[in-house]
Design a protein around this ligand. Structure first.
Ligand SMILES: Cc1ncc(COP(=O)(O)O)c(C=O)c1O
Length: 397
């Protein structure tokens, strides 16, 4: 079995030099977990979220009841949206937090199609997360567009393209796309772009405004530590607001929420992308997670993420595994994936031993490295157990 002990000192010195190391104390660390390598599916629980939600339940929900809406809850989708916006390069008034990523994406795709009349193709990658592809198919069908499901989105964009839906980081391989470059290419072809930022928000520098992105969505339960099922964010550039049409208009997207008007008039700004009553507890949890990501700063998170993924790849190479994540740090997000023919069994054994990875069909073991909460020592502990498990399950390939 490969001896990883010589790497202990390296991990310890990387942790000692890590400017974000102190942030780990801001999160609940379960002593039974040897290594949590799934922060890209569900981020760890911030200590401050426990406190904030307890106060909310006791004093605000319990103490204020319906009055809470006029005392601040009503503005939370936009307030928290602006806070998320800081992490993705969106100035105020262009981002809302509400609904799941899938619902936000459905709205964003419809809105995007409406911005480009006269074009008849919607382009999506075959590598995209299932929800993105299912929704793209449905939107294309419903709006009379031809769906192009392709391996290379950039190569498929032409003068028939209305909308390109692109994932910033591939949820399986961790490959990171060039957001400004691809956005410019889509615009040069006269089309609009919708970005899925689920695997990059908070850990990859993003400047939506500077890149001129049209619309974007992302979840908040991964690197933003908002908690299971926390509401997603939707960005729409302010230059499009007056023309944004969405498929689920509700009273929360109406111009005057409490007018209860017979005729629907959309709100002039980003609120027009909302639909119904937002999840207040979830929004408050997102706010706490986002505050930690903001304190860390995306550039520092990115620097640590690059160092973590590099260290991880180095160890996986030592173990002789097939790394499918790009080796150039500039071309990867914050998770590292290996191909193993018995990845499912390996993932189960790891979990039994307190190392929590992700398994993705059919043969991928995905290791999510969250720069605010993963230490180099923790990562090495997890990979040491991986080496032991691989030894037990026999040859891999
Ligand atoms: C890249 C990507 N897009 C979309 C989704 C769907 O998100 P939701 O379940 O919040 O709708 C996920 C979920 O993990 C995802 O990873």
């Amino acid at each position: 079995m490969t001896d990883l002990h010589p790497l202990r000192e390296r991990a310890a010195s990387l942790d000692a030099a890590d400017p974000l190391a102190a942030l780990r104390a801001e999160f609940v660390l379960d002593p039974d977990v040897v290594a949590y390598l799934d922060g890209n599916s569900l981020g760890r629980l911030p200590v401050r979220t426990q406190e904030r939600l307890a106060t909310f339940v006791r004093d605000e929900w319990g103490g204020r009841l319906i009055r809470g809406w006029s005392e601040g809850w009503v503005d939370l989708p936009v307030v928290v949206g602006d806070e998320v916006g800081v992490l993705v390069g969106a100035t105020a008034g262009q981002t809302v937090v509400a609904d799941s990523t899938s619902v936000c994406l459905a709205k964003a795709l419809h809105a995007a199609v409406s911005l480009v009349p006269g074009r008849d193709r919607l382009v999506v990658s075959t590598a995209d997360f299932p929800t993105d592809r299912y929704l793209a198919r449905r939107v294309a069908e419903g709006r009379g567009l031809e769906l192009m499901e392709v391996d290379d989105v950039a190569a498929a964009i032409d003068d028939r393209t209305a909308v390109a839906l692109v994932s910033h980081v591939d949820y399986r391989t961790g490959a990171l796309l060039d957001l400004p470059g691809l956005t410019a290419q889509v615009h040069a072809a006269g089309a609009v772009v919708v970005w899925d930022l689920c695997h990059s928000a908070g850990v990859v520098p993003i400047d939506l405004d500077a890149a001129g992105v049209d619309l974007a969505v992302g979840c908040t339960y991964k690197y933003l530590n908002g908690g299971p099922g926390s509401p997603a964010f939707l960005y729409a550039a302010s230059r499009h607001h007056a023309r944004l049409e969405q498929p689920l208009p509700g009273w929360w997207s109406a111009d005057d929420l409490f007018a209860m008007a017979d005729e629907y008039r959309p709100a002039p700004g980003i609120r027009r992308m909302l639909t119904g009553t937002p999840p207040v507890a979830g929004l408050l949890a997102v706010q706490q997670g986002v505050s930690l990501a903001t304190e860390a700063g995306v550039p520092a998170a990115r620097a640590k993420s690059e160092a973590l993924t590099a260290f991880c790849i180095e160890v996986l190479d030592e173990l002789g595994l097939e790394v499918v994540t790009p080796r150039d740090p500039a071309q990867r997000g914050s998770h590292v994936t290996v191909r193993l023919h018995d990845a499912r069994a390996v993932a189960e054994r790891l979990t039994d031993r307190g190392v929590v990875p992700d398994f993705r069909e059919p043969d991928l073991l995905r290791l999510g490295l969250a720069p605010l909460t993963t230490s180099f020592g923790e990562l090495l502990d997890g990979l040491t157990v991986l080496a032991e498990v691989l030894d037990q399950v026999g040859p891999v390939g």
